[in-house]
Design a protein around this ligand. Structure first.
Ligand SMILES: C[S@@+](CC[C@H](N)C(=O)[O-])C[C@H]1O[C@@H](n2cnc3c(N)ncnc32)[C@H](O)[C@@H]1O
Length: 321
């Protein structure tokens, strides 16, 4: 088994001095706040992404922090982005195809919200609204995400969004320039968006494809982590099945990158793959109580024929040592 290392964010900054990157698009950031969002891990994940990419798959999309960071480098690749959350995928779809209309809708929601005396009443009013168009659905989704409690997404058994009001002082509901840039990046990468399970969206991945898996984390204790993105949650059997899919993808020639929590189960499931441990400060690692250091793993699955030093020269020094 390959050596596992415990490093902290401070001590383990990847050395990527050798990367010659195009930072012209830098500044893309998720247009939503998402539990388990990977913005704080980007410095550690990005060096594992080859500079030359043809197909990129992100089947647990959430806010898509890694996809956006890759686009900050270059958009010369094809992207396949998916998630089981239909509202989320619809919002990405609208950002891609109708950014101008979306910004107009969001601007209206923002000015109504600012003008209203009771922000809380306005929030519950919008939460109860049942939009008739995909455009309004996307605007409502983004508005609620920015004004609800902690940017959480939770639905009741009937699939109705039920997160309470967030009491934010001055929420930034949207950033027009960021939405326009993301729209451009989604178009430039010919992004295909799908609201499907990760097994379906990765079924056709093949040699040379990069697959980034960021599943709901395996909780380190019963209350330590928020994994209920979907009505059924993501339980131990799902983690086990994911580990099988991970190995199958590697066997099919894909380079597979995964982030997950550092628990006995996850270490056991990925025995034999390259694993790096990090200590991260997560803004949302559960529903409001524990916000301290959180041990996470980056797991790398490299297809056998790509394991030579020559092919790995683009990746971070940390995985070569
Ligand atoms: C940890 S979050 C991803 C966060 C994302 N990387 C980011 O930067 O914001 C996990 C995502 O997986 C999605 N999900 C849960 N079960 C899934 C499944 N079986 N197939 C695909 N997506 C799933 C959830 O809706 C959630 O958006």
């Amino acid at each position: 088994m390959l050596a596992m290392e415990l490093r902290t964010i401070q001590s383990a900054r990847p050395s990527n001095n050798s990367l010659s990157t195009d930072y012209s698009r830098i500044g893309l950031s998720p247009f939503i706040k998402w539990a388990g969002g990977k913005s704080s891990l980007i410095d550690h994940l990005l060096p594992f992404v080859p500079l030359r990419l043809s197909n990129y798959y992100e089947p647990f999309l959430g806010g898509g922090a890694l996809f956006l960071a890759i686009c900050g480098r270059s958009t010369k690749f094809n992207a396949f982005l998916s998630d089981t959350n239909r509202d989320l995928i619809n919002a990405f779809m609208i950002v891609k195809t109708r950014p101008f209309d979306l910004i107009r809708r969001l601007a209206r929601l923002r000015s109504e919200y600012k003008a209203t005396r009771s922000k809380e009443d306005y929030y519950y009013d919008r939460r109860g609204w049942k939009p008739r168009t995909l455009l309004d659905l996307a605007a409502r989704f983004i508005f609620l995400n920015k004004t609800c409690y902690n940017g959480l997404y939770r639905v009741n058994p009937r699939g109705v969004f039920n997160v309470p009001f967030g009491h934010h002082k001055n929420p930034r509901i949207f950033d027009e320039e960021n939405i326009n840039r993301i729209s451009r990046a989604l178009k430039d990468t010919h992004t295909r968006l799908n609201a499907v399970d990760y097994k379906k969206s990765t079924a056709k991945c093949g040699p040379g494809d990069l697959v980034y898996l960021d599943p709901p984390y395996h909780p380190s204790s019963r209350t330590a982590s928020f994994t209920d993105y979907t009505p059924n949650g993501f339980v131990q059997e799902d983690q086990e099945e994911l580990a099988e899919v991970f190995s199958q993808l590697v066997d099919r020639g894909c380079l597979v990158l995964q982030s997950n929590s550092d628990t006995h189960l996850i270490r056991d499931l990925y025995r034999g793959h390259r694993v790096q441990s990090l200590l991260v400060n997560r803004p949302i690692n559960c529903i409001g109580t524990e916000r301290r250091g959180f041990k996470e793993l980056i797991i790398l699955g490299i297809p056998t024929r790509n394991r030579s030093r020559h092919r790995l020269k683009h990746y971070s020094q940390t995985i070569l040592s």
